[in-house]
Design a protein around this ligand. Structure first.
Ligand code: FIX
Ligand code: ZN
Length: 421
């Protein structure tokens, strides 16, 4: 048997090859909240940002008796100090988001055992943002990341309008939550920007919304259009959101041959006192996704659901529609036990025709932990699946493992973008 062919006789070598390949293959991170250098302070990094991630803020309020209002009066350093003290010193940092901070610091070569927050701050103070980006992307082995780009964001919009030159490592995704989830509040902004729209979404207004979307897809060179949606999201229905999706978003996405991504199941502001940390989850319905895939076969859709309960049905719907690409383990699902369960189920139902993970990183350094942790789990699942395969008498080559892993960690996304329907 050739050296790079694996059978049930050389399983140890097979498992070693899978682990190495998943560890080393470059990733395209298809959904993040990171920004390219020209966006300046919108790109967050450093230990204080890691510690004040909203996942940790939610956990802090469980473990501390500090009133919310008192916490929000602290500056960034004060908040980070409080979180470090309560979540890392007064109890063990067992939760996934806490563990993530430590994985990230360790990956950067910092001494996690020292528990020396001042030393971590001093290390970061010596880095330039550009140097840190290079180090982090190389260490995490990320080929590129997709940003979340919101034309309604007053800090972000001017950077685009002033002629953002682009950075090959950072791609854009046009995010349209205010448009679809708050037409009553957002149509006035379109008017102010020179689009002749009205609250009732007349024929003229729909054409103008299409012009708005078209302008921004072009300006950003957006790889896809995206929105997050509440558990109640439904189609078809008589609502501004439904009209905007069917009459504006889908025609523009089709014209540009780009996917429309829906992230479903977030209950915004479940506990508003926690601000960004106060969002919750609710079980959604797959009916709108089936409806869209069947009714618009010339459109491409990407979908992730926030509720664990929706994951199996999403796989089944994806089996029926090649214009649907399921992706990632979003937010409250981005925990080892749930990533493992979802990745196994997706491989079993869809083979390697999906995107197992995205980072959702809000802080640059987070990709170090999010990808390290997920790579381990993806590798474990693939080891089991290839092992089951060779048990049948099938043989697997190193080149085939590389092909499948590259598809899962980025290739499927790029191929889906190229797909013509
Ligand atoms: O809507 C989103 O893209 C979410 O990922 C965020 O709103 C959320 O706050 C987050 O960071 C989850 O990981
Ligand atoms: Zn996100």
């Amino acid at each position: 048997m050739p050296k790079d062919t694996f059978t049930r006789e050389n399983k140890a070598a097979l498992l070693d090859a899978v682990n190495r390949t998943v560890t080393e293959t470059a990733v395209t991170d298809i959904h993040t909240h990171l920004y390219a250098p020209p966006f300046g302070e919108l790109l967050l990094s450093g230990v204080d940002e890691l510690l004040t991630y909203h996942y940790l803020i939610a956990e802090f309020f469980r473990a501390s008796d500090m009133p919310c209002e008192a916490f929000w009066t602290l500056d960034k350093t004060g908040r980070a100090d409080a979180i470090w003290q309560v979540l890392f010193i007064e109890q063990s940092p067992l939760g996934e988001a806490c563990r993530g901070v430590l994985t990230a610091l360790d990956a950067l070569g910092l001494d996690v055992a020292s528990r020396d927050l001042a030393a971590y701050r001093a290390w970061y103070a010596d880095r330039t943002p550009e140097g840190l980006i290079d180090t982090v992307l190389e260490t995490a082995r990320l080929q590129s990341v997709v940003m979340t780009n919101d034309p309604f964001d007053d800090l972000e919009r001017p950077v685009w309008e002033e002629g953002y030159a682009g950075d090959p490592r950072f791609h854009a995704a046009l995010r349209i939550d205010p448009l679809l989830n708050d037409w009553a509040g957002s149509h006035g902004k379109l008017q102010a920007w020179g689009y002749d729209v009205d609250a009732a979404l007349s024929g003229k207004a729909r054409a103008e919304v299409r012009r708005f979307l078209d302008d921004w897809v072009r300006r950003m060179k957006a790889l896809y259009l995206a929105v997050s949606l509440p558990p109640e999201f439904m189609l078809p229905e008589d609502s501004a959101r439904a009209t905007l999706i069917e009459s504006c978003v889908l025609p523009v996405a089709r014209d540009h041959n780009i996917p429309y991504a829906m992230m479903v199941g977030v209950s915004r502001g479940l506990n508003p006192a926690l601000r960004l940390a106060g969002d919750g989850v609710g079980q959604g319905s797959l009916a709108p996704i089936s409806y869209l895939c069947a009714t618009y076969p010339k459109n491409k859709f990407m979908t992730t659901y926030l509720a664990r309960e929706n994951q199996h049905e999403l796989c089944v719907v994806a089996r029926k529609f090649r214009n649907l690409l399921p992706f990632g383990c979003w937010w409250f699902l981005n925990n080892p036990s749930l990533i493992e369960e979802m990745t196994r189920m997706r491989i079993e139902l869809l083979g390697p025709s999906m995107i197992p993970q995205h980072s959702d990183a809000r802080v640059l350094d987070q990709v170090l932990y999010k990808w390290a942790h997920s790579r381990r789990i993806i590798a474990r699942v693939l080891c089991d699946k290839y092992s089951d395969l060779v048990d049948t008498g099938w043989t697997v080559t190193r080149a085939e493992i590389t092909r499948d892993t590259e598809a899962l960690l980025g290739g499927n996304f790029w191929r889906f973008l190229e797909l013509g329907l």
